[in-house]
Design a protein around this ligand. Structure first.
Ligand SMILES: Cc1cc2nc3c(=O)[nH]c(=O)nc-3n(C[C@H](O)[C@H](O)[C@H](O)COP(=O)(O)O)c2cc1C
Length: 226
């Protein structure tokens, strides 16, 4: 059972991590849901604030700490390493930050929740594939997981665990049975005995040509459309 905290800077609230761990949480997830709109704040200052917060939280708890982040970091691999050095045990990729919409009748800015689709899977898949074997953090995938095949792709890229929210909101908790059924069918067809056997086997550090994960693949990607 993982208790989730939502905060972006140090403060008295950090003691809630200790209280949650004392109440029986097996781990704490820190959700860094942060939209930095201050034009004077530098990326370094913002990331320093996150690192300080991770250090402060780790001083409070003895259970593992996972950090959930959004995708918009300039140097994500280095950021992940700095979170590890600060004491994070896991990284959740990615938060799905909600973007406002404008109502053309009233000219009001409105929050509008749209659930994800499988097409959004590629962003966490890309970065999990890149970070697997590069940083000593347990990696969790979040965003765009709707089918058993989605789960398999993320495990192959290197996810330790895969999370899904939108699919359960759409189909109910019993959808987990379907996800598992699809996974087991695919694995049995290919004689896999466990997810450990396949985890990370298609990560950037395990594929013959790591450039498929990089921009060098750009032209090939564009040509794949034609
Ligand atoms: C209604 C709703 C409530 C959510 N509440 C939280 C939350 O409290 N903490 C959190 O870390 N993420 C929260 N999320 C984000 C999800 O955990 C997840 O990261 C995001 O929806 C992307 O995954 P999905 O494509 O499986 O939906 C929420 C999402 C939805 C749709």
């Amino acid at each position: 059972m993982i208790a989730s905290l939502n905060g972006v800077s140090s403060g008295g609230w950090v003691r809630y991590a200790r209280l949650l761990a004392a109440a029986g949480a097996d781990a704490i997830e820190l959700n860094l849901y942060d939209t930095v709109t201050d034009p004077t704040a530098t990326a370094h200052q913002v990331e320093r604030r996150y690192v300080d917060l991770i250090e402060e939280l780790k001083a409070e708890i003895s259970v593992p700490l996972a950090v959930k982040i959004g995708p918009w970091f300039t140097a994500l691999a280095q950021t992940a390493v700095s979170f590890r050095i600060a004491g994070a045990d896991g990284l959740v990729l990615f938060n799905r930050l909600y973007q406002p919409d404008i109502d053309l009748d009233t000219l009001e800015v409105r929050p509008r929740l749209q659930l994800s689709t499988s097409s959004e899977l590629r962003l966490p898949l890309h970065w999990i594939g890149v970070l697997r074997g590069v940083v000593d953090l347990s990696l969790a995938a979040s965003t765009g997981v709707h089918t058993g095949r989605d789960v398999l792709k993320l495990l192959l890229a290197g996810a330790d665990v895969v999370m899904t929210t939108s699919s359960l909101l759409l189909h109910g908790p019993e959808h987990l049975v379907e996800l598992r059924r699809e996974m087991v069918a695919w694995m049995e067809e290919r004689d896999y005995d466990s997810v450990d056997q396949l985890r990370g086997s298609v990560s950037r550090s395990n594929v013959p040509d790591p450039e498929v994960y990089d921009r060098a693949n750009y032209f090939q990607t564009l040509h794949s459309w034609i």
